[in-house]
Write a protein that binds this ligand. Structure first.
Ligand code: UDP
Length: 336
C-alpha cells in the first residue's frame, strides 16, 4: 500500500517507516522538522512542510496519492502543554483537522491516529481498558481526545475508517541501533537514566517517592516502540476488513515503578546509577497500566519485546552510539 506517515522523522514515526518499508509498503514522510531529524528519514519519500498548510497537503496528496495515513506528527509533552496550550491546540487539533480534510475526501483512505493514555486522566481502576472514562487532566490529553471524538463523527458522516491507538509509555529503540529516541529537551525516564550514565544531561532525579505504590515511586507501563508500530501494521490490515472508528489501548500490561526501572537499567549497563529523590512532578498519576487484551484479540497483536530488560537494552544500544545529542543531530541535519 501507499502509506503516508506524518511525523515520520520523529521517534515513533521513524520506527514505523522502517517497519512499513520492511513489509513491502511504499512510504511517504511528512515532517516539518520542528522536533524530528532528517537522518531518521531513511525509508520513504520526504515531503517537508507543515500539516496546517492546505496548499502543502494538496501537493503531497496529489503527488503521493496515499491509500492510508498514519498520523504521528504532534506536540507531546504534558508539562509544555500546560504552559503553551495554544501551540498544542494548533498543532494537534488544527493540524490534524487539516490533514483529515484531505483524508476524508479520498474514499477508502485509512487513518491511523496516535492517541495517548493521557486521555484517561487519573485512573479509576488498576488496569485501564478501553471502557475506562476519558477525563484528561491536561491540555495535551484534551487535544488528543478532541480528535478521537472527531474520528467517531467522521466515520458516521463520511464513512472515513480510522483507528486511534492510546499509547502508554513508548520506550526502547530499534535493535539495529540506527534510530532511537532523541527528544529535545528530553523529559522521559528511560532516556534520562541512560544519558545520566553517559554523563550527559545532569544528575538523575526521581520525581516523588511518597506515592501510594509499593516502593513509593510512580508506576508506568513501558511498551517497546517496535511493538507499538507492529500494532499499527496489524491495525491497517484490520481496518481494511472492518471499516469503523476503532480505538485500542496499547501497553505491555505490566507496571514498573521508577525505582524498578532504575534497578533494571543498572543491570543492563552494569553499574550503579545515582539518583536524587525530588518533589513530585505536577500532573503525574501514581500508576498508569494498560489492559490491552482487546488489541491482542482483535488485531492478533503480539509483543516482540515484552521484557523491560530488552526494552532498556535496545535503548542503551542507541544511546551508547552517541547519535542521541541534539548537537550531533544538528550537525547531521546541516551535513545533509
Ligand atoms: N520520572 C522521574 N524522573 C525523570 C523523568 C521521569 O522520576 O527524570 C518519572 C515520572 O515522574 C513518571 C515516570 O518517571 O512517574 C515516567 O515519566 P515519563 O516522563 O518517562 O513518562 P510519562 O508517564 O510522564 O508519559
Amino acid at each position: 500500500m501507499r502509506l503516508l506517515v506524518s511525523g515520520g522523522a520523529g521517534y515513533i514515526g521513524s520506527h514505523m517507516c522502517k517497519l512499513l518499508a520492511e513489509n513491502g509498503h511504499e512510504v511517504g514522510v511528512v515532517d516539518n522538522f520542528s522536533t524530528g531529524y532528517r537522518q531518521a528519514v531513511r525509508w520513504g519519500k520526504l515531503y517537508q512542510g507543515d500539516i496546517r498548510s492546505a496548499e502543502f497537503l494538496d501537493e503531497v496528496f496529489e503527488d503521493f496519492n496515499p491509500e492510508g495515513v498514519l498520523h504521528f506528527a504532534a506536540k507531546s509533552q504534558v508539562g509544555e502543554s500546560l504552559v503553551a496550550p495554544a501551540e498544542y491546540f494548533s498543532n494537534n487539533v488544527v493540524g490534524t483537522l487539516s490533514l483529515l480534510e484531505h483524508v476524508r475526501k479520498r474514499p477508502g483512505c485509512l487513518f491511523v491516529f496516535s492517541s495517548t493514555a493521557a486521555i484517561f486522566g487519573n485512573p479509576q481502576t488498576p488496569l485501564i481498558d478501553e471502557q475506562h472514562p476519558r477525563n484528561p487532566i491536561n491540555p495535551y490529553g484534551r487535544t488528543k481526545l478532541s480528535i478521537e471524538y472527531a474520528l467517531q463523527d467522521y466515520f458516521t458522516a463520511y464513512a472515513m475508517p480510522s483507528i486511534s491507538f492510546r499509547y502508554f509509555n513508548a520506550a526502547g529503540a530499534d535493535p539495529s541501533g540506527a534510530i532511537g529516541e532523541a527528544h529535545d529537551p528530553e523529559t522521559h525516564l528511560i532516556p534520562l537514566i541512560l544519558e545520566s550514565v553517559l554523563g550527559r544531561g545532569g544528575g538523575l532525579k526521581i520525581f516523588g517517592d511518597d506515592y501510594d505504590t509499593p516502593d513509593g515511586t510512580c508506576i508506568r507501563d513501558y511498551i517497546h516502540v517496535n511493538d507499538l508500530c507492529a500494532a499499527h501494521l496489524a491495525g491497517i490490515r484490520y481496518l481494511q476488513r472492518n471499516p469503523g472508528a476503532h480505538f485500542y489501548n496499547l501497553g505491555n500490561g505490566n507496571g514498573f515503578s521508577v525505582r524498578q526501572v532504575l534497578s533494571v537499567a543498572e543491570q543492563v549497563v552494569g553499574q550503579r546509577i545515582p539518583a536524587e529523590v525530588c518533589p513530585r512532578r505536577a500532573g503525574d498519576p501514581a500508576s498508569l497500566v494498560a489492559q490491552s487484551v482487546r488489541a491482542r484479540k482483535d488485531l492478533g497483536w503480539t509483543l516482540q519485546f515484552p521484557a523491560i530488560e530488552d526494552i532498556i537494552s535496545t535503548a542503551w544500544r542507541w544511546h551508547r552510539s552517541g547519535k542521541f545529542s541534539r548537537r550531533v543531530a544538528d550537525a547531521l541535519n546541516v551535513a545533509e
